[in-house]
Design a binder for this molecule. Sequence first.
Ligand SMILES: [Zn+2]
Length: 205
Amino acid sequence: MIVPIPVHCMACGIQLKNEIPPGEDRLRGVCPDCGTIHYRNPKVVVGTIIEDAGRVLLCRRAIEPAEGLWTPPAGFLEMSESMEAGAARETMEEAGADVAIIRTFARIDLTRIGQVHEMFLARLKSPEVTAGAESLEVKWFTWDEIPWSELAFPVVEWILRLRAEDLASDQDRIHRGCLHWKEVGSPLSLENYDLNDIQSLHLAL
Ligand SMILES: [Zn+2]
């Protein structure tokens, strides 16, 4: 979901004017009545990669966008919530899984749609998992079974590929990168992104 351009004032409901506020460098929706300036800023998405006995837990989405496709449990961070708490909450909501966060795994900027994704490694505190309202099913996959052609979003594919690489090469790393769409080809395909600014930091454990 791309953050929508606001039309009406969030504070008083009046139609906004597009103008560059003093000292700024871009158009904002400014309320001609109460003066509230409406900023459009990226949203934070948090989620978990849950591993157990060489498998990873994925959810099949019951909602658009990408209905019917697979993703680790993830969703938008709420107000007053830490990233870890948000990731655990989304995991409970979508996969019915009670998890302990182990550590951060990847932070990816999605500049095209204005999102920052922070994914954590997590482990189950109890073995039950069940599809939540936004999931058609939840399922464990070995790393050889990942449905690469049926993943929900390019960022999901990139993050799972990074984790698969780390496990295959027995490395513990934290990744930080940006998905730069090349502006050619479908933005829903990872191959149409420049992934070159990835930084992968080895953890000393
Ligand atoms: Zn207003």
